[in-house]
Design a protein around this ligand. Structure first.
Ligand code: HEM
Ligand code: HEM
Length: 188
């Protein structure tokens, strides 16, 4: 059966799959980009461009995350594939933690960039206004939070990817293939 936009009771649909993989790829690429920014000096040529790309892409990620969360509320969630109750719970906790880490990573980035009251220019295309700073030394505090939260996010995403590969190659179930939009072998 062709893949539909919405999820069904046993399959992820095109929208969920596209959002998952586009965001995964972009988030993973943002991590080395951020570390590179941190290594730049004020007089490096890249200082004028790379932080701008990092912030612009980050704001697009924030918009995608809002769309993803709203979409998750209105599209059905496919039935969980059978696994022991403890692993089922661990999967739920891991997914919830990934969502929370994504939110904090993106908001802390916004808080670093707008701490001085300047708006964020998204690829010189439109501007996201700055909200007033809410904590003392916001740029430094949000910078520290941003580093540790994005590091935790990438580490957890690594464990999450290993879990997906374990399902595929060891349990030989459809966890990974249904996130790739492959036709399901049973229960069509
Ligand atoms: C999930 C997406 C993101 C990831 C994985 C990510 C990752 C990183 C990393 C690893 C650093 C280096 C931190 C350090 O070494 O101290 C960094 C720095 C930075 N990020 Fe992000 N970031 C993301 C989203 C954002 C967003 C949305 C913004 C703002 C709109 C942003 C703004 C910044 C800024 C301004 C810095 C430089 C901070 C400094 O040097 O203290 N980031 N990011
Ligand atoms: C930064 C990278 C990644 C992030 C932020 C991420 C995030 C997520 C989230 C939040 C979910 C839960 C979806 C939901 O129920 O709403 C999910 C599901 C899933 N992810 Fe990822 N993911 C990433 C990378 C990967 C990679 C690299 C793989 C595979 C090697 C992968 C495989 C899967 C699979 C198979 C599911 C479905 C799990 C299930 O049905 O129980 N993800 N991902």
């Amino acid at each position: 059966m062709a893949l539909s936009i919405k999820n069904s009771h046993n399959r992820y649909g095109l929208a969920t799959i596209t959002l998952h993989w586009v965001m995964a790829l972009v988030i993973i690429s943002m991590y080395p980009l951020g570390l590179y920014i941190d290594s730049l000096g004020y007089y490096d040529a890249a200082y004028k461009t790379v932080p701008h790309w990092h912030k612009s892409i980050g704001m697009i990620l924030l918009a995608l995350l809002v769309v993803r969360l709203l979409w998750r509320m209105i599209t059905p969630q496919p039935q969980a594939l059978p696994q022991p109750a403890m692993l089922h719970l661990a999967t739920k906790v891991a997914h919830l933690s990934i969502y929370i880490l994504m939110i904090v990573a993106l908001l802390s980035g916004y808080m670093i960039s707008t701490a001085d009251g300047r708006a964020i220019a998204v690829f010189n295309w439109f501007e996201i206004p700055a909200l007033p700073a809410v904590i003392d030394q916001q740029e430094d505090v949000a910078g520290l939070v941003h580093y540790w939260i994005t590091t935790a996010l990438i580490a957890l995403a690594g464990v999450h990817a290993l879990a997906a590969l374990k399902h595929h190659f060891i349990n030989k179930d459809q966890t990974l293939s249904r996130m790739m939009g492959m036709p399901q072998e049973t229960n069509q």
